[in-house]
Design a protein around this ligand. Sequence first.
Ligand code: COA
Length: 163
Amino acid sequence: MKIALYPGTFDPITYGHIDVIERAREIFDKVIVTVAHNTSKQPMFTDEERVKMIREVVRKFNNVEVKCFGGLLVTFARKNHATAIVRGLRAVSDFEYEFQMALTNRKLADTITTVFLMPHEKYTYLNSSIVREIATFGGDISEFVPPSVRRHLMKKFKLTTSF
Ligand code: COA
């Protein structure tokens, strides 16, 4: 059974992430979407909230699980018998950071391979910060996140009108 982790901050999950999950689940027997800790980020949503939001979105996929982990990614990969780490590459600007992370993870655990998948080009510009920023000012984020995630954002910002 080929198991892959798809790690990220997912603050919140967007259609771009979902696109990568859909591609990964076609390649691997099981994909574990892993809410991991990036020490340079202070997420707006708690670990539990992000896990809940992702679970609501991936419920329809029979080979996708969602977990949260606070330590080293390779440790979590070994614990879950994962042999691959999936990362999305949206543009050349993603490459340097991803390259460094992939090589570091390989240094830490050379049996775990990083696999890069390209989400659809319509998501090239998208990231979670943009979604949070638009939501902060009550803008329309319906093209970026599923309705369930939109509801969580509205609740977070105590918005009553639908964007
Ligand atoms: N569609 C839309 N947006 C995407 C995307 C896609 N397909 N892929 C990435 N992004 C966005 C994210 O939303 C995020 O946006 P933001 O910066 O505005 O929040 C940004 O691109 C990249 O973030 P993400 O994919 O969440 O990765 P990250 O850089 O925050 O996560 C971890 C990095 C959590 C995977 C990494 O820090 C980690 O592995 N931590 C565990 C500790 C560890 O093992 N460290 C050693 C690693 S070398």
